[in-house]
Design a protein around this ligand. Structure first.
Ligand code: ADP
Length: 910
């Protein structure tokens, strides 16, 4: 529109100024005009352009034609006169032609003028329309306020007035916008605080979950809770109470937040009201609308959050109430359970602690020996009155507890025995080999049978202190004789595997048990003779009425001669001495005068029938123990036979002399520690009826040791041992190569106290470093030993001699078929699968007799054959082995029998 108006304007201007308007006037005719401008001026002269109507146009056209007609008659007259006058006729003709041309031009010009007028008319109309549009645009412009400057130009007074109003409105709008912006910021801030509130709620949520977890943990703890863990239990209750308090604080905090939220809600209401009250333009209303929606959604979120928060708080409060209820229920249940346990005589840990408590009071002279004996017997008989007195003593002073105990002290008798083991090792707190397993395994089994069992150990600096419960030093020092002087000894007590244990810490300058190792010191003879003396001194000073003092191996063999030659003379003679030799290889010999250190009478003892060694002039403590003990045992029947001849390492004659008191009782294994269905060291626990875990453990060990896993059914041969000649080191070495030759895998875990052997095996380990089927781990590693037992398919024990051997039994319990040499305890526990002289149900492994490579090869090859060719038979063998009862139960009963007999003789003698 604006464009066509502009064109129309241009045409009009062109016509008025007589300039050609190229697109509208025929160029040729106009050129004719321009060549003769004077004629044109003559005809159109000063006539101003007029607005013409169509009737006027019509009139003009009629006049023009009339003019033309008049002009034609004039032309004719002029022609006639020219004809009459000669030359002037020619000029006239010329003039008439010119006039005619001019007339034509005038006619054309008139037409053009009329057209121009028409167009001008149209343009004017268009201009008016445009003006109206411009006005609308200007109004719009003024409304936006953005183009106010532009609008001001050329604006009429009325418009200026209107503009002022708009401007004012604009200002108001601006104010409103600023106000709304401020409110928006306020809302954003509120949104942030809403976020914070949500975070708080999440926190509250997580603390609730924490509470639930603690609750579950408390519950499971409660289930596990034995009565001996009362302190721990109360500690947990206290912790839970603390947690409860902190949760209550959080709830309070949440309430505060809620208050804050209410304040915020008020602000939002106010904001809404102020928004409602604001008188604003459409745009403002739009903004208000927008804000209202926003506020509404915030409000909704707020309310949702509020509801959620309330429900969380309610839930939390509910949980707290529930927690309290369950807690008191659990406490009641625990007390009930404890009572039941106590009545059943189950928690040995509890009674061990009571017994240690009584011993402590007795040693600290807080109670008399007689009272201690009565109370000790009550503890040993698991007398409920002691339990009740102990449980109700919480928070009491020690004296009150002692008094309440003494009130109940009534003499009584027991069918059980009071047995004290004095040893150099105990699993798992101080373990070197099988001796450690026997002390805890046999001790636990005897305790289970209703005997009062106590252990006395040296307090080694290197022992596993974390395996001792409730370790504490007694407020007493036991003075003990050594090398002509008296030395103080600290006495520590604690429980290990539920057994009460005394740890002796000598205050001797020799620092006997601060050597970072158990054995292998130059003064071992001195160290252990010292310990044996203090152990007896402790028993003597405690005034205990011990039935059996059981000493083990040469390290505590001193106890037997000391007891009968020193302490019996002091009146400490009711107990009977049992000595177990776990290995006749180690006899503890020394120059005779070394016996004097611990107070033994050298002259009395250095005799061939007493302590002098059978083959040289030294004294021999194992011989002394055989001679001086009431009971002598070794760890398997076959070994007991073997040591009566060559295996006795020079003591065979002494054993023959004392054969009436000598017996071989096979060791058991601790079936709690060695249990594949509960073993925490295993990747997957398993049992005879579910062997999946066995292959999973095999895969895990292979992965851990970076061994080939290409063939799952490739047999894995295991060996865990001290690397000493007794264990058949040359056959172990041979087994590595033989297994490789047979296409199996081999894992050895072992270390050697003999440097040459250690070096030799290090060399072999290097040799097989890049072989993915052989691994030699030359160290002591309890956790790894469990994994190897579980992972291996076969287990070799090619010992030259083996008093009992535990590894073959552990291996069978883990489903690893033993390949062993038929000697000592191996002969009593492993029966060849192909030996038809043995009942099939007893056959459980592969054995060989000759301690050479051929003997070993034949057994290993037979095992490989069954494994590869008769997998079903092999599986049955594995399952059968896993089900054999290797527990201490039977063996402990045998020990109990011989103890009872000895104790009966003692009673008869008094
Ligand atoms: P000995 O008492 O002659 O060493 P036993 O077979 O009677 O042999 O007992 C050995 C005990 O020591 C077993 O429990 C066995 O698992 C463990 N043992 C031996 N060597 C290691 C080792 N290197 N790492 C972990 N445990 C070992």
């Amino acid at each position: 529109m604006a464009c066509s108006a502009a064109v129309a304007g241009a045409e009009a201007t062109a016509l008025l100024c007589r300039r050609p308007a190229p697109s509208l006037i025929a160029g040729r005719n106009i050129l004719a005009v321009s060549r003769r401008p004077r004629h044109c001026n003559l005809r159109t002269g000063a006539q101003p352009p007029q607005k013409t109507t169509s009737s006027a146009n019509y009139r003009n056209r009629v006049n023009f034609q009339r003019d033309r007609a008049g002009a034609s008659s004039d032309d004719e007259q002029q022609q006639k006169s020219g004809d009459e006058n000669g030359l002037p006729n020619i000029q006239l003709e010329d003039l008439v032609g010119k006039i005619q041309n001019t007339e034509k031009n005038i006619l054309l010009l008139n037409q053009a003028r009329l057209q121009a007028l028409e167009r001008a008319d149209k343009i004017l109309k268009e201009k008016e329309a445009l003006q109206q549009e411009i006005n609308i645009l200007e109004i719009k412009l003024s409304e936006t306020g953005a183009q106010s400057e532009l609008s001001t130009k050329g604006m009429s007074d009325a418009e200026a007035l209107e503009f002022d109003v708009l401007k004012e409105e604009n200002m108001l709008l601006k104010d409103d916008i600023t106000f709304l912006k401020a409110k928006l910021i306020d809302i954003t801030e509120k949104e942030e605080s809403l976020f914070k509130l949500e975070k708080e709620r999440a926190l509250l949520d997580s603390s609730l979950r924490e509470l639930e977890c603690a609750f579950i943990a408390a519950h499971s703890d409660m289930l596990k809770l034995g009565p001996m863990q009362h302190d721990a239990w109360w500690e947990k209750v206290e912790n839970l109470e603390e947690l409860l308090e902190s949760t209550a604080n959080q709830v309070e905090h949440a309430a505060l937040i809620l208050d804050g939220y209410h304040a915020f809600q008020d602000k939002v209401d106010k904001l809404e009201a102020s928004l409602g009250a604001t008188n604003i333009s459409e745009f403002c209303l739009y903004l208000v609308d927008l804000l209202k929606k926003r506020v509404k959604s915030i409000e909704e979120r707020f309310q949702a959050c509020n509801r959620e928060m309330h429900s969380q708080i309610e839930l939390c409060e509910h949980s707290i109430v529930e927690f309290h209820d369950t807690l008191s229920k659990l406490i009641k249940e625990s007390e009930k359970k404890s009572m039941e346990h106590y009545q059943e005589g189950m928690p040995s840990e509890f009674w061990s602690r009571i017994s240690l408590l009584i011993d402590g009071w007795s040693l600290e002279k807080k109670i008399s020996n007689d009272d201690a004996n009565i109370l000790r017997e009550m503890a040993w008989k698991r007398d409920n009155r002691l339990r009740e007195a102990y449980l109700s003593s919480r928070g009491m002073a020690e004296r009150e507890l002692i008094d309440s105990f003494l009130k109940m002290a009534l003499p009584g008798t027991s069918s059980g025995l009071h047995i004290v083991h004095i040893a150099a090792e105990m699993a798992p707190v101080a373990k070197v080999g099988g001796l450690a397993d026997v002390i805890s395994g046999l001790g636990k089994a005897l305790q289970k049978k209703g005997n009062l069992v106590e252990i006395i150990l040296p307090k080694y600096d290197c022992m596993q202190h974390n395996q001792i419960n409730n370790l504490k030093v007694l407020d007493v020092v036991v003075q003990s004789y050594f090398e002509g002087n008296m030395f103080a000894n600290k006495i520590w007590t604690g429980t290990v595997e539920g057994l009460p244990v005394y740890f002796i810490e000598p205050q001797h300058p020799g620092k006997f048990f601060w050597r970072a190792q158990y054995y292998g010191e130059h003064d071992d003879f001195k160290r252990f003779s010292y310990f044996s003396r203090v152990a007896l001194e402790l028993l003597y000073q405690s005034g205990k009425k011990v039935d059996i003092i059981h000493c083990h191996d040469w390290q505590t063999a001193f106890v037997a001669p000391l007891y009968w030659d020193v302490y019996a003379n002091l009146g400490f003679s009711l107990a009977r001495i049992c000595f177990t030799c776990h290995n006749f290889e180690y006899q503890g010999t020394a120059p005779a005068q070394d016996l004097a250190c611990c107070g033994l009478d050298v002259e009395r003892l250095d005799r061939p029938d007493r302590m002098r060694d059978n083959s040289h002039g030294r004294i021999n403590v194992v011989k002394g123990a055989i001679v001086y003990s009431n009971i002598v045992t070794t760890v398997s029947p076959t070994y007991a036979q073997e040591v009566r001849s060559e295996g006795g390492r020079g003591l065979q004659d002494t054993l023959k002399i004392h054969s009436k008191k000598f017996v071989g009782i096979i060791n058991g294994i601790d079936t709690d520690t060695w249990n594949p269905s509960t073993d925490r060291f295993l990747k997957v626990q398993y049992s005879a009826n579910d062997l999946y875990g066995k292959s999973a453990n095999k895969a895990a060990l292979r992965k851990q040791l970076k061994m080939s896993s290409a063939n799952a059914s490739q047999p894995l041969v295991g060996c865990i041992t001290r690397l000493v000649p007794q264990k058949g080191v040359h056959l172990i070495r041979h087994a590595i190569y033989k297994t490789a030759e047979l296409g199996g895998q081999f894992v050895l875990l072992g270390s050697s106290p003999v440097p040459n052997i250690q070096r030799e095996f290090e060399g072999i380990a290097d040799q097989f470093q890049n072989n993915s089927n052989i691994r030699l781990l030359l160290k002591y590693d309890d956790a790894l030993s469990h994994m190897i037992f579980a992972a291996s398919d076969m287990f070799i024990v090619p010992s030259m001699f083996e008093p009992c051997g535990l590894t073959q039994m552990i291996a069978m319990r883990y489903g690893s078929v033993p390949v062993v040499r038929r000697t000592g305890g191996l002969n009593d526990s492993v029966f060849d699968f192909d030996d038809e002289t043995i009942p099939m149900e007893l056959r459980n492994g592969f054995t060989f007799l000759k301690a050479d490579e051929q003997g070993f090869d034949s057994a290993l090859e037979r095992a490989f054959n069954y494994y590869h060719r008769k997998p079903e038979v092999w599986k049955q063998l594995v399952q059968k082995d896993m089900k054999i009862d290797f527990s201490w139960d039977t063996s402990a009963s045998q020990y109990e029998d011989i103890y009872q007999r000895a104790a009966a003789q003692a009673r008869a003698a008094t």
